[in-house]
Ligand binder design. Sequence first.
Ligand code: 8ID
Ligand code: ZN
Length: 350
Amino acid sequence: QVPEKQWAQVIEKTGGPVEYKEIPVQKPGPDEILVNIKYSGVCHTDLHAVNGDWPLPTKLPLVGGHEGAGEVVAMGELVNDWQIGDYAGVKWINGSCLSCDFCQQSDEPLCSKALLSGYTVDGSFQQYCIAKAAHAARIPKECDLAGIAPVLCAGITVYKGLKESGAKPGQTVAIVGAGGGLGSLAQQYARAMGLRTIAIDSGDDKKKMCMEQLGSYAFVDFATSKNVVKEVQEATPDGLGPHAVILVAVNEKPFQQAAEYVRPRGTVVCIGLPAGAYLKAPVFESVIKMVTIKGSYVGNRKDSAEAIEFYRRGVIKAPYKVVGLSKLQEVYDLMHKGQIAGRYVVDTSN
Ligand code: 8ID
Ligand code: ZN
C-alpha cells in the first residue's frame, strides 16, 4: 500500500526557496522504519537549515522537518519491536551509534555520528519518512498527531532545558522568546512542573497568548522596554530575579543580558541558536552571584518519552495553526519576520 511517489518540500540549494514536488518514496534499511507522516511541526531550526546559517553543513538536496508525527507503514528485517500501524514520531535525533561514550550514558544527542532529521538525513516535510527504529518516538494511540507534532522537538527540548536548569517547584523561570514555538511549550512544561514563568518576547498577540493561554504571570516586551534587566528582576516577588532563564530567542542580545538579571545562584540555560552569536556575561557579577551558564541540546530517548507522556496526560496545551505542506514557504516567511505566535504544523495531505 506504500506508493512509489510522494509529495515533499525539497531544498535544492542553501538559501532556498523550498520546492513542493513529487519525489520517490525511500525503502527503510534493516534497522529502520518508514513512517507515513501525517503532520509535522515547523521549527526555527528548519529555517536555519534553509538559510545554511549554522557552522554545520546540511545534506543537499534536503527534505527538512524534524517534528513528524505519523504511522508506521514498513520496516526493515531487523526491526522486531514496532508494528505496522503504530504511531511514531520522527525527531531531530534520527539515529546515533548507540555504542560511543556518550551513547552508553544515554547522551545520544552528543554522539559524533548522530543523524539529524531534516538536516543530515531527509526529514518529515514529506509523506513518507525514514527513522532508525531505536530512536523513533513512540506516540500513544490516544494522542492527536497534529497536536503532538511540536512536542517532538520543541517539547522535548524545553522539557530537557527546564530539567537542566535545576529550578524547583515554586521557583520562577524567565522564558526568553516565550511567544515562539519552543517558548510557548516551555511555559506549559514549566507550569506542569510547578514553576512560575515570566514571559519575554514582543507584541500584543504574544503577550495575550503568554498571559491568557500559557499561564505566565508577567510579560516583558523586549522591543518596548526601556530596561529589560530591571523589568525582569522587578517581575519577581522579591526583586532578586528569576531562579533560571531559558533562552529560546533567535537573537544574540538576550544571550548577553540573561546573566545580569538571573538571581544569585541562578542558572542560565542556552537553547536558541542565533547564527554567529556569542555568549557574554559580566565576570564580576557572574562570580559574586555564583551564576551558572550552560547549553542544552534536545533530549535523549527517555526525555522524549517523558515529554510525550506529559502531553498524553493532557497537561500540555500550546496553540498551533495547521496549514498544508504545500504552504511551507509562507510559514518560513512569517517565521523570518518573527510573526508567528506559537507553532505552525503542516498537514502532509495537501
Ligand atoms: O536543542 C536545541 N538547543 C534546540 C532545539 C530546537 C530549536 C534549539 N532550537 C533553536 C532553534 O534553532 C532556534 O534558534 O531554538 C531557537 C528557537 O526556535 P523556535 O522556538 O522554533 O523559534 P521561533 O518560533 O521563531 O521563536 C523565536 C522567538 O524569539 C523571539 C521572537 O519574537 C520569537 O517569538 N525573540 C527574538 I527573534 N529576539 C528576542 C529577544 N531579544 C526574542 N524574545 C525575547 N527577546
Ligand atoms: Zn526543532
